[in-house]
Design a protein around this ligand. Structure first.
Ligand code: FBP
Ligand code: MG
Ligand code: MG
Length: 334
């Protein structure tokens, strides 16, 4: 049975409704499976590698297969998944194309920390791959499911962001009355600081100044978070603001950071902008970026608009300023 998507306002575009309904059905099933933990099987077991050499967990593959099967007959012609080498065909007459990270944050499966699913929908073109090698302005909708203490759907059709929570009693997703928008008051940053020594000077300088707190040029203290689930970080920033950074770094394979444009960054950037925030590569708006291949990666910075702008401004500083200890950097950034 298709779970009910109870909307407070009937604003889901009619042609997208069958695909969104199918995504909700699979997400409700996954939520149940994930909540059973080890009782549901070895969901976090390594089962192989995807096209980029990332380890695939059992749940990555199960989620991918379940979404693919459920989307048949919903008007989706092309299905591009982080877990597949190439675009897969669904309905030959479908007008839509769906990009998906079926299971985001898979290192957290076994440790009972929030994980998610990220997706974006755009018009299908005749060429499967070319459909997805377009900038983010082609998107009709983007969203994520978060499987945490609550299972929720956060989605945008390009006119603000909407949030639905899975009601385990009814089995449907119920829309919550509040409209998510990113507060500008937060003092939290999220970055995997274990990579500090590999970052560029502007990223190091930005984080140095956050860490210097009230004694540094920013003149205030910050808090840090790192969940290692992009969906969980996005959900927190949607709720209480802050900034997320996964920059490029000097490790082999990280010249463009870690996160994928098609399956992760374009959908999240679409949502973040719709919630009043900003999303960039550090210097360039993500929605303007055109992936040069299906699994292209990009540095990713998003969150409260003025914080994201500040990161960009660090890239404009002269060499002697980014290299200086924080006490010697210009105070214009405070
Ligand atoms: O382990 P790291 O390098 O901190 O990376 C964490 C990032 O990797 C991801 O887990 C990548 O997503 P997948 O689990 O879909 O591969 C993001 O959710 C998260 O932001
Ligand atoms: Mg992911
Ligand atoms: Mg994934």
């Amino acid at each position: 049975m298709m779970p009910k998507l109870a909307q407070t306002q009937p604003r889901i575009p009619t042609d997208l409704a069958p695909a969104i309904g199918a995504l909700c059905k699979v997400a409700a099933d996954l939520s149940h499976l994930i909540s059973r933990g080890a009782l549901g099987g070895a969901l976090g077991a390594n089962v192989g590698e995807n096209t980029d050499g990332d380890t695939q967990k059992a749940l990555d593959v199960m989620a991918d297969e379940a979404f693919f099967a459920a989307l048949r007959g919903t008007g989706v012609r092309w299905y591009a998944s982080e877990e597949r080498d190439a675009v897969a065909g669904l309905d030959p007459d479908g007008a839509l194309a769906l990009a998906i990270d079926p299971l985001d944050g898979s290192s957290n499966i076994d440790v009972n920390v929030s994980i998610g699913t990220i997706f974006a929908i755009q018009p299908a073109q005749d060429d499967a791959e070319a459909t997805f090698l377009r900038d983010g302005h082609a998107l009709r909708a983007a969203g994520y499911f978060i499987y945490g203490p609550q299972t929720a759907l956060v989605i945008s059709f390009g006119a603000g962001v909407r949030r639905f929570v899975l009601d385990r009693e009814s089995g449907g997703f119920e829309e919550t009355p509040d409209i998510p928008s990113i507060p500008d008051t937060a003092s939290e940053f999220a970055i995997n600081a274990s990579n500090y020594r590999h970052w560029s000077k502007p990223i190091r300088a930005y984080i140095d100044d956050c860490l210097a707190g009230a004694d540094g040029p920013r003149g205030k203290n910050f808090n840090m978070r790192w969940v290692a689930s992009l969906v969980a970080e996005t959900h927190r920033i949607m709720s209480r603001g802050g900034i997320f950074l996964y920059p490029a770094d000097q490790r082999a394979g990280y010249a463009q950071g870690r996160l994928r444009l098609v399956y992760e960054c374009l959908p999240i950037a679409f949502l973040i902008e719709q919630a009043g925030g900003k999303a960039t590569t550090g210097t360039r708006r993500i929605l303007d970026c055109v992936p040069d291949h299906l699994h292209a990666r990009t540095p990713f910075v998003f969150g409260t608009a003025d914080k994201v702008d500040r990161v960009t401004s660090y890239h404009d500083l002269p060499e002697q300023e980014v290299s200086a200890l924080f006490g010697n950097r210009g105070l214009f950034r405070a």
